[in-house]
Each structure stands twice: as structure tokens, then as C-alpha cells.
Ligand binder design. Structure first.
Ligand code: AMP
Ligand code: ZN
Length: 479
């Protein structure tokens, strides 16, 4: 069965055929000036699922995710301040001190969210030599020019020679007209065309992050780092480049143009360009700069990380989705359905039934069909949930079939990044937790469910799961 992926490069769903033996993937990572928010995490979850799925299908995958620690300005049109520098100043930290803190936090949260992680997390500031060389190569090949210590990429010239796709149905002429909407000072003064973008930016005296270059002291443009680091770790051509839909323009067409220009390529540098839709809040993009965001850290205070992954798995990566408590509660219910099926199957002594035998085959096929159709995770998840319900209905199946059913459920949910069985450490005799669990029991008998749920949620945020079973309430610590 072949995986079909929607390729933004040509606007078509195409069968996935890797270039070589190892699938090479680059995904645009975090601009590390603030905490990861739910929108970022949803996009990372989409690529995590893609990678897990490719591995499940037998491919070897090598994944690079950059960490942007310099060059991303507050305005995409090469205006404004460097986001890292601005945030560091506000927090009264050295820029690299802020980066260090944020990177540690980011890895930790990615880990808690059960993201399988990248093979390499390169940082822009660690690749200055390569970036300067790339700018020189692009200039040598005739696609960049320097003005007052800033080097610009010549978009119209490049577009004429190599095309400039991924404009969402627009043409470069539309953009030339539309670009007048917000022409910055620097554009008016220095750029030959408002479409041109900075490869290397001259650093004004107050700019802290600066490196010596052939054009004076400066720092790299944001688009450049992804081209350079992708090239360094994945080669001149690779299989998949992924990012959020905000990268469809200008980040990704600019990256593509740089890749072609610096290596003088005749072929496409990236075979498949994938874009994940936004998580919104009341219909508006959740974003750090708008301030309408929920951090992963906040969410992890309240929700089990696997609830969050179940929520993400329920969203198709190309469908925009609103973030709401209701959706998280639904995910919580779905996670319980899967976990309960496992628990009940394990507790069951089984019987002589064989009903699940067919269901095991069906769910695997149905899951693969759904995922092959441009990673339809929401359909794949609903198949898994139906399978979990089938387990609940057939607890009198033969024990070995029940075991296989449990393994299948764990395996498929695992491909969606949902770890169903966690190590449980039973802590005997923790009197405070016993007391809280008893109080919760009492509240439940008095039908004071709100307060009882509050205790359960508070315990959950500390890694203690309270479970109501036929033999009374049990609790355990997850790890
Ligand atoms: P940033 O840190 O803003 O550079 O974003 C890191 C990654 O998260 C990029 O791939 C963005 O496209 C993606 N992203 C940012 N905001 C959202 C959002 N609200 N929903 C989904 N993905 C997002
Ligand atoms: Zn990028």
C-alpha cells in the first residue's frame, strides 16, 4: 500500500517515493524566544506521526529540525527587531542565555509529549561559516547583490530563470502589485524589488548578535539558516520539507530559491513540501506574537501529555482546528476508551471466543488505508477507537487473541504518538495520596463530582492516575 502525500509544490496528492534508501526530512522548528505553544506542538506532532508512520511502514528515516536562535525578525519583510534579542532584552537576559534556557525547556516538553525527536537539532548560530559561504555562492551565481552591508536575494531574476512556486495560486506579478501593501523603509531605500529578501543583514551598532562577514558585521536572514542546515545534514536534494502553512509564503519559496541558487541546481532540491494547518483561537491563528496562545507548559499542568497527543491525533494535519477545552475533554474520553480496553483485556481470564481475530486484521488494514490517504489521522484514530470498543465487547475471546489485540492497539496508537501503557510505580502507603483518594471517594458518594474531579485532575498533573475499577478505586504513578 502506498502513502500519498499532498505536495504544496504542485498542489497535488502524489505517491510517496523516496529518493534513496533513507528518507530524509527537514522540518522547520522553533524560534526559541518564547515557550512552545499548542499550535507549534500540533505541527511538530504532525511530523512526529509522519516519521513514526514511515518507520512503521519499514522506511529508515533521518530527520533534521532546526532551532532558530538568530535572524527571525519581528516582521517578515526584513524589518523590525530580532525576536531573540528583543525577548532577551525584555527578560533582562543575554540572548544566548535565553536560548539556552528555552532549548532545555523545549527538549523537555517535546520529550514529555512523546515526540520521537529529530536526529539532529541544528542551531543557526552554530552554522555562521556555512551561511556566509552560502551567501557568497549565491552572489557568485548571480542571484544576490549587496547594499550598505546587507545582501539581498534577487527574487524576480531567480523567478525568471527557475520559477517561484508555492504561492497558493498567486503569480509573482500578483505579489509585485500586492507587495506595495506594506513597504518598509529598508525596502524603499535598498531593495531592487519589494519581493527581494535579505540573506545577510548589516548589524546596526546596538545589535548584540553580530558576526564578521565579507560585507561587514551582521547577522543572517531567517530563511537562509534552513537552506544551509538542510543542505549540510541532508544533502543538496532530499525527500520532505515540512512546516506550518505560514511558511508556504515567503519562507519556503525563499528557501527553495536559495537552495537552487547556492548549489546551481537543475533539479528540485526538495521532492515533497508539506504544510500543517493552524491551530486557532476563536478563529485566529494561535501565535506568540499575537499573545493569544496557550503554552505546552500550561497545558501539561492540567492534562496528561497523552490526552494532548490524542487531541492532536484527532486533527487532520491539513485542517485548521480551533483549540478548546471541549476538544481536550473529548480527547481525554478517547484516551480512556483505549486505556480501559487494555486494562480490561489484561484483567480478563478470557474464554473460547475468536471474534477479535478478524477485527485485528481489519483495524490494521483500515489504519493503513486511512494513513496512506495523506495521513488521515482522525480517521485512523476513529478506527483504533472502534477496535478498542470491540475489545471491550469480546473479553471472553481466547487469551492469546486478547493479548494480540492489546499489542495491536498499543502499536497503532503508538504510531499516532499515543503511548498507552506507561510504567506504573505503585507507591504503597503514601498516606497523603491515600487520604486524597478517600476524600474523593466520599465526595463522589455525596455526588459532589466537581470537587471530586478537581482532586483527580490535581493528582493527574502530578503524575498520579486515579482509576475507578470494579474492585474500588486504585491509583498509581505514571512514568
Ligand atoms: P515559530 O516558532 O513561530 O517559527 O513556529 C515553529 C513551527 O510551528 C513552524 O513550523 C510554524 O509554522 C508552526 N506554527 C506556528 N504557529 C502555529 C499554529 N498556530 N498552528 C500550527 N502550527 C503553527
Ligand atoms: Zn525553515
Amino acid at each position: 500500500m502506498t502513502l500519498n502525500l499532498y505536495n504544496t509544490l504542485n498542489g497535488k496528492k502524489e505517491p510517496f517515493e523516496p529518493i534513496g534508501n533513507v528518507v530524509r526530512i527537514y522540518s522547520c522548528g522553533q524560534t526559541i524566544y518564547e515557550d512552545m505553544h499548542v499550535g507549534n506542538a500540533k505541527t511538530y506532532s504532525a511530523w512526529d506521526i509522519l516519521i513514526r508512520y514511515l518507520r512503521w511502514k519499514g522506511y529508515e528515516v533521518f530527520h533534521v529540525m532546526n532551532i532558530t536562535d538568530v535572524g527571525h525578525l519581528t516582521d517578515d519583510a526584513d524589518q523590525g527587531e530580532d525576536k531573540i534579542e528583543k525577548s532577551a532584552r525584555e527578560k533582562k537576559l543575554e540572548p544566548m542565555e535565553l536560548v539556552t534556557r528555552q532549548v532545555i525547556k523545549f527538549y523537555n516538553e517535546m520529550d514529555r509529549l512523546n515526540m520521537c525527536g529529530a536526529n539532529v537539532y541544528p542551531r543557526a548560530t552554530g552554522h555562521m561559516v556555512e551561511m556566509i559561504e552560502a551567501v557568497e555562492d549565491i552572489m557568485e551565481n548571480g542571484y544576490a547583490y549587496e547594499v550598505n552591508g546587507t545582501v539581498y536575494f534577487d527574487v524576480p531574476k531567480f523567478a525568471e530563470d527557475h520559477g517561484y512556486p508555492m504561492l497558493g495560486g498567486r503569480t509573482i506579478e500578483d505579489l509585485e502589485v500586492g507587495a506595495g501593501g506594506r513597504v518598509g523603509e529598508r525596502e524603499l531605500k535598498e531593495k531592487r524589488s519589494p519581493l527581494d529578501f535579505a540573506l545577510w543583514i548589516n548589524a546596526p551598532p546596538e545589535h548584540l548578535m553580530r558576526w564578521t562577514s565579507p560585507w561587514g558585521e551582521g547577522y543572517p536572514g531567517w530563511h537562509l539558516e534552513c537552506s544551509v542546515m538542510g543542505n549540510k545534514y541532508l544533502g543538496e536534494t532530499f525527500d520532505i520539507h515540512a512546516g506550518g502553512v505560514d511558511h508556504i509564503f515567503p519562507h519556503h519559496p525563499n528557501e527553495r530559491a536559495q537552495n537552487i541558487a547556492m548549489n546551481d541546481l537543475d533539479e528540485e532540491p526538495v521532492k515533497y513540501w508539506l504544510h500543517s494547518a493552524f491551530i486557532t483561537v476563536d478563529g485566529e491563528k494561535m501565535s506568540k506574537s499575537k499573545g493569544n496562545y496557550y503554552t505546552v507548559e500550561d497545558l501539561l499542568e492540567e492534562y496528561d501529555p497523552m490526552v494532548i497527543r490524542t487531541f492532536f491525533a484527532g486533527l487532520h494535519y491539513r485542517s485548521q482546528s480551533d483549540f478548546s477545552e471541549k476538544a481536550l475533554k473529548e480527547a481525554e474520553k478517547n484516551l480512556k476508551t483505549m486505556e480501559n480496553a487494555i486494562r480490561l483485556a489484561k484483567e480478563s481470564e478470557g474464554g473460547s471466543g475468536e471474534e477479535l481475530k478478524e477485527s485485528i486484521k481489519d483495524v490494521k488494514n483500515g489504519f493503513e488505508d486511512a494513513m496512506d490517504e495523506d495521513l488521515n489521522t482522525s480517521l485512523a484514530l476513529s478506527k483504533i477507537l472502534n477496535f478498542a470498543r470491540a475489545i471491550n465487547r469480546n473479553l471472553d475471546d481466547r487469551p492469546e487473541i486478547l493479548l494480540l489485540a492489546v499489542d495491536t492497539l498499543k502499536e497503532l496508537a503508538g504510531v499516532l504518538g499515543i503511548r498507552l501503557e506507561r510504567s506504573k510505580t505503585i507507591i504503597q502507603g503514601d498516606e497523603y495520596i491515600d487520604l486524597l483518594v478517600d476524600i474523593r471517594e466520599e465526595l463522589r458518594t455525596k455526588k459532589e463530582f466537581d470537587l471530586a474531579d478537581k482532586i483527580r485532575d490535581e493528582l493527574a498533573s502530578r503524575g498520579i492516575v486515579v482509576e475507578d475499577t470494579a474492585d474500588g478505586t486504585k491509583w498509581y504513578q505514571t512514568g
